[in-house]
Write a protein that binds this ligand. Sequence first.
Ligand SMILES: [Fe+2]
Length: 273
Amino acid sequence: MIVVQVSDTHIKSKGKLAYNKVDIHKALYNCVIHINNLNPKPDLVIFTGDITDNGTNEEYKLFKEIVKLLDVPFYAIPGNHDNAENLKREFEEYNWFEENNHLSLVIENFPIRIIGLDSSIKGESYGGLNEERLLWLEKQLNKFPDKKVLLFIHHPPIKIGIEHMDVQNLQIGKECLANLLGKYEQVLALACGHVHRVSTTLWNKIIVLTAASPSHQVALDLRKDAKAEFIMEPPSIQVHYLTEEQGLTTHTSYIGKFEGPYPFYDEKGEIID
Ligand SMILES: [Fe+2]
């Protein structure tokens, strides 16, 4: 089973560049083409928040126009830049969300279950999980205790060492989340967005992964009081390769034109020296 994760697309209104620099619409279009060219095709794509930059209906409509070009099913959970009501309304026909108070989702029709947990709090950049969301997650994990799960959330519960992002990570309910995940060993990893960088952390025996953006990345600056800056490092998606036997391997797939691939061996089967 292959699940593609795309995070932090930050779609703005028509013709508007992000921070007067980044052509965010073209970046999403390139990302969609990149996914459509994957071979084999993924089973699904999940967008892990900050779908839009300001959460307006126009932005969701523009996002939808582009992602409808995907030739595999797609899902989305919100981030801090999203507007839950508008996101829910604009994607009502997809029936992703069952709950009234949060936009979390479960995808059941695969050997490995996919859960997307809403960590957004209206009006705040940081994330949080209240009792209702944690109880919902526990209920989902109790349903099929023998089935492996890959859990997606926008805000990572960990610090990645980039201070201006770390202050807006998952601030509320992270101890409860750690305790909960400690009880349910079927959860393979927690795959997050928000920080616009690929990183891996072992947190309370749970693997926490973060994804980069298909457009702009947060500059890697681990100094104290590092400036909040972005950088046009290569855009990428996460390709989560899942098997019932082994579990999870996550690849980062870069979007763009690169030389190759070139063969290691010649026509006679000998290594090219
Ligand atoms: Fe975010």
